[in-house]
Write a protein that binds this ligand. Structure first.
Ligand SMILES: Nc1ncnc2c1ncn2[C@@H]1O[C@H](COP(=O)(O)OP(=O)(O)OP(=O)(O)O)[C@@H](O)[C@H]1O
Ligand SMILES: [Mg+2]
Length: 400
């Protein structure tokens, strides 16, 4: 088997991450061969606002990885799309079965899904992807896989993930400026779900919350399908901002304090700490105050998420609980705090079935993008099936 290298690129508001993996054998798990991260540039609230700036960073990542693996072999990436312009909407499609013998074929499935893509949307919005929920054959609903069945009329009920077109275009432009191709675009939160939840959990009911720097995304799955998806314009950077104000210091120092001493546990002692500011003297604070600032903001974020779970009708009702991802999930005690807010089992996600993967929740998005890239290269699924089965991509859609 040819050893193909597969690449995921996570363009975030504060950091950009690139991961390259390979497969030794067709049935072996993916093996990470290189990973690099750079501070982000040209990205605000999950959206590319300056393609040139963002492309420079992507080229830096590409060069770093290529010199680490000693090859210039990255020419195409699966990239995330972030930002609160993303939304989920139900869609339907209907076609007459094409074959004379009424046997439903892949071609009918492709056509009916294509039909589900062409729903009427507000101005400047477009469908990124449709995910079938179930098929209907001659009025009989709830069919998972109609291929080979006989029928005259094939319908599909699907979920469409939609985005603001100018943001999709600027992302595609950025990747092109960095001299790379776009193999696929995937919402960050779905990529994280692909790497940190099993198909069994998605079948039973699970929520994934991605605690990014500028955004917090939520996706709820049930019966293997997306029930709800939303991106909130608030994140871990708000915590840094609160720390800077609360401790009367600059944002850089606040960020360093958060990473070194940050915690959501109010019981983390009465210790007082003193930290040198970057060339500006020092700042003193109590651990208790720091934990209080962090926990308060997380509570606010989780209350917003809880509203989303309520909209999905799954408040307190998810058998497989909640999985946390994103850099914000690195703060000690965040899972316990979330557990109190949601009254559900909560855990920090780890990447499933990947060799050399670090147990770092901020890498779950890029790991999911790599999985998606692998699926595209060999047509096999790594997320454990069902939901991530997608419509064949019309890649031209991403070319600006
Ligand atoms: N060890 C750590 N402890 C606490 N917070 C951390 C740690 N490491 C990273 N973070 C925080 O995580 C955030 C970055 O997370 P992540 O990389 O998931 O965001 P992003 O992808 O850049 O942003 P977004 O997804 O919102 O566009 C930053 O706010 C950073 O302060
Ligand atoms: Mg992110």
């Amino acid at each position: 088997m040819k050893q193909q290298l597969i690449t995921g690129l996570d363009i975030g508001s504060t950091s950009m991450k690139m991961m390259v993996a390979r497969k030794i054998a067709s049935d072996s798990p993916l093996e990470i061969v290189a990973y690099a991260e750079e501070p982000s540039s040209g990205v605000r609230k999950g959206v590319v606002v300056n393609s040139e700036e963002a492309a420079k960073k992507i080229m830096m990542l590409k060069n770093r990885i290529e010199s680490a693996i000693g090859k210039s072999s990255i020419d195409e990436v699966v990239v995330n799309i972030g930002g609160s312009h993303l939304f989920l909407t139900p869609s339907r499609g209907m076609v007459a079965v094409s074959r004379a013998d009424s046997n439903i074929s892949q071609e009918d499935i492709d056509r009916v899904l294509q039909g589900a893509r062409s729903l009427s949307l507000p101005a400047n919005k477009e469908v990124l992807e449709v995910y079938p929920r179930h098929f209907i054959v001659d009025g009989e609903a709830g069919i998972e896989d109609p291929i080979g069945m006989r029928g005259l009329r094939l319908e599909v009920e699907a979920n469409a993930i939609c985005a603001f077109s100018p943001y999709v275009r600027s992302l595609a432009e950025t990747i092109q400026t960095a001299d790379l191709g776009v193999a696929d675009m995937m919402p960050s939160v779905l990529a994280a779900a692909e790497s940190a939840t099993t198909s069994q959990q998605r079948e039973r009911g699970v929520a994934l919350i991605e605690l990014g720097a500028a955004t917090t995304s939520v996706v709820v799955f049930e019966e293997g399908h997306i029930l709800h998806l939303t991106v909130l314009p608030i994140g871990s950077a708000n915590i840094t901002h609160d720390i800077a104000i609360g401790l009367r210091t600059d944002p850089e120092t606040a960020e360093a304090i958060k990473k070194e001493f940050g915690s959501c546990n109010p019981s983390h002692g009465k210790r007082s700490r003193t930290v040198e500011k970057t060339g500006m003297g020092s700042v003193s604070f109590s651990q208790k105050l720091l934990s209080h600032i962090i926990a308060s903001r997380f509570q606010e974020i989780f209350q917003l998420v809880q509203k989303e779970l309520k909209k999905a009708g799954r408040q307190g009702k998810l058998p497989s609980g909640v999985v946390l991802a994103g850099g914000g999930a690195k703060l000690p005690g965040v899972a316990d705090l979330a557990k109190k807010e949601f009254k559900l089992a909560v855990r920090v996600g780890s990447p499933l079935e990947m060799v050399n993967a670090q147990d770092d929740p901020s890498m779950l998005v890029v790991a999911g993008l790599v999985r998606r890239a692998a699926e595209l290269t060999d047509g096999k699924e790594y997320g454990g099936g069902d939901f991530f089965k997608k419509v064949k991509k019309v890649l031209k859609a991403f070319i600006p």
